[in-house]
Ligand binder design. Sequence first.
Ligand SMILES: *Cc1c(COP(=O)(O)O)cnc(C)c1O
Length: 416
Amino acid sequence: MEIWHPFTQHGLNEPIIEIETSNDEFLITKSGEKIIDGISSWWVNTLGHKHPYIADAIKKEAEKLHQIIFAGFTHKPALDVAERLGKFLPDNFSHVFFSDSGSTSVEVALKMAVGYHYNKGENRPIVVAMEHSYHGDTFGGMSSGARSVFNEPYTKMLFEVERIPYPAPGKEKETIKHYKNLLEAKGDKIGAIILEPLVLGSGGMFFYPPYIIDELYKLSKEHGVIFALDEVMTGFGRTGTMFAFNQTNIIPDIICLSKGLTGGSIPLAATVCTKEIYNAYLSKDKAKMFFHSSSYTANPIACAAACANLEIWQEKDVLADVKRINEFYQTQIERFKNLGCKNVRILGDIFAYEVAHAGNDYVSNTGVKLYEYYRKNGVLLRPLGNTVYVMPPYCIKEESLNKIFDVMEKGIKEVL
Ligand SMILES: *Cc1c(COP(=O)(O)O)cnc(C)c1O
């Protein structure tokens, strides 16, 4: 049997590279080549590969407890995650619901929000999402995400959502106005709005300012709409604060966490909600409970990894590393503008730009050619169409950053 890889067109014979081990910002191939992981292995790895403290926690827990049923039972690693996560979040957040991936954390958030209204006797089946957004590859995630070549065969099976435009620079007012009109027209049927805060990741690394979130939140509350933030990518430091919503003046009703929750070691997800939402399910009536579970919910080994990660966040100034990387980025903006790159932009650990070339879609060849060039030069970057971005683990050394940026410059000169 062979393996069918994700987001891979096997018909193009794209090479599949076997990685034998990894440490810090490096992936080491079977033949001993060192590749700099410039995208944190699809954004999951925050603290560096195979962090010894997390590896140790996993080892210890693996000798104590594997999966146990989580309905009617609990365990220390899960209790510890709840307690530690609580220390990083405002008191309004009262409950955490565990699942196993970013997509499932979004499904849980959507179900939680719509069920909240249902249990209160309201019928609010409409979800609002932002243009260009990405919320995962399950059906709820695809439905709320942007429609594109990614999900075209399934279009008819996806539920309709209302969309607000991306607040592009200079067009922020239109987004607010659109949402206001939408709420006035059918606010009493809208159950939730779900947003990727500050950065639309997979959609093309589009940034928008925190005050937009404040304004959308304010409008949501005027109409009783649950405000959910998908922090699957932005959580754990990517935007320069622990969570992206820390840069706003609001506290959302729900946040989805996954990628950085275990530092990039093992799958786990958390959907965190307020007491208000939890209370809508609290009853003597079984029909009002939250009907959701995954078999591996709150896996003890994954929870132990999350605990170790949260301990590191408690004890070490992790954001100092993000700041260091951001300061390095600041020194590179002019350089890439001078190379003819468009929209050179930075936020926290993210550096992004468009190469002035070819079409703007994911399947365009520009990104593929650049990807191959970078890889042959020892750097892993996966452009989104003609958008090139860097998002390394926070432990990355200056030498490696320099190498990434030199290879990107050469890529522009030699490939395009
Ligand atoms: C990656 C991502 C998801 C999906 O997470 P998976 O773990 O791949 O299911 C959802 N939302 C956002 C914003 C993401 O970046």
